[in-house]
Design a protein around this ligand. Structure first.
Ligand SMILES: Nc1ncnc2c1ncn2[C@@H]1O[C@H](COP(=O)(O)OP(=O)(O)OP(=O)(O)O)[C@@H](O)[C@H]1O
Ligand SMILES: [Mg+2]
Length: 270
């Protein structure tokens, strides 16, 4: 592993409104170095909006975001990435014609979350401008991450030929090549089969064990209950419960929120 150390990320009193709708209503959450924290809740609860406020895609209307007590509320997503906040995207964002190893290399050589053109440009400029030692160090980091994620056997395959499950790992790998201190995962198990989900659980635990603070937003509550140290459950923009997986699993408010969703999904009135 590299010398990365984890950091603590706090969202304090975060409020985000869209017109008359309060999507996130005065939420306070935190994740510490070495910890896996999950954010769950029914559709429309405000999970993605809170995630966006933490990663910089949305600016909160009130409240603050702190990285190791430094106020980063006004910082752009790129600035947050440079400070060590890594993330994956719900919608897969890989370069289909590039190999798995090269997809990870983009992450290693450019620590921003800019658009494709900027990223590839920065990759090329980065290679030209880098000292040999930097290139060697980045390549070594890519190899470490390929090992860590069990991706060596597909390292030379074009990303576009791989399954969704493998691509989710590629995206996670690219984030890991940034050496994040805090890693935020948006529905990382979406589209994965059971074996892939188990592998992902193992990887998430491994990343946290290396000291990184991990926050995941996830619909798959089985994944959450198996992997999380702590869980925040949200509904309608508010926290309805927080605690260890065993407490959350039995929490009446959580059960009600999820049962309501099941009821509406199955027997939606016309
Ligand atoms: N950009 C936006 N403009 C207007 N309303 C929005 C916007 N983004 C989210 N919302 C609304 O805010 C509320 C919370 O949405 P959000 O996407 O954060 O929920 P979620 O918990 O991530 O839901 P899901 O599980 O369906 O992904 C919803 O009512 C949604 O319609
Ligand atoms: Mg969402």
């Amino acid at each position: 592993m590299t010398g990365t150390t984890g950091a603590r990320l706090d969202g304090v009193g975060v409020v985000k409104q869209f017109g008359g709708l309060t999507a996130v209503d005065d939420l306070t959450v935190h994740v510490e170095a070495g910890e896996v924290v999950a954010l769950i809740g029914p559709n429309g609860a405000g999970k993605t909006t809170l995630f966006q406020c933490l990663t910089g895609g949305e600016r909160p209307d009130a409240g603050r975001v702190l990285l190791d007590d430094q106020d980063i509320t006004a910082k752009s997503p790129d600035a947050r990435a440079r400070l060590g906040i890594g993330r994956t995207f719900q919608r897969l964002a890989v370069f289909p014609t590039m190999t798995v190893a090269d997809n990870l290399g983009v992450g290693a050589e450019n620590r921003t979350n800019s658009g494709t053109v900027v990223r590839v440009g920065a990759l090329l400029l980065g290679i030209l401008g880098f000292a040999f030692e930097d290139i060697r160090r980045h390549r070594a980091r890519v190899e470490e991450v390929l090992d860590q994620l069990d991706l060596q056997q597909v390292r030379d395959a074009p990303a576009g030929t791989l399954s969704t499950g493998t691509l989710r790992l590629v995206e996670l790998g690219r984030a890991l090549c940034h050496d994040p201190r805090v890693l935020l995962l948006d529905e990382p198990a979406s589209g994965l089969d059971i074996a892939e989900t188990q592998h992902l659980q193992h990887v998430i635990r491994d990343v946290a064990a290396s000291g990184v603070a991990v926050l995941l937003v996830e619909h798959d509550v089985d994944l959450v209950f198996d992997v999380a140290d702590r869980v925040y459950a949200m509904a309608e923009g508010r926290l309805i419960a927080t605690g260890g997986p065993d407490e959350i699993r039995r929490d009446p408010a959580v059960l009600e929120a999820y049962l309501d969703v099941t009821y509406v999904d199955v027997e939606a009135p016309s």
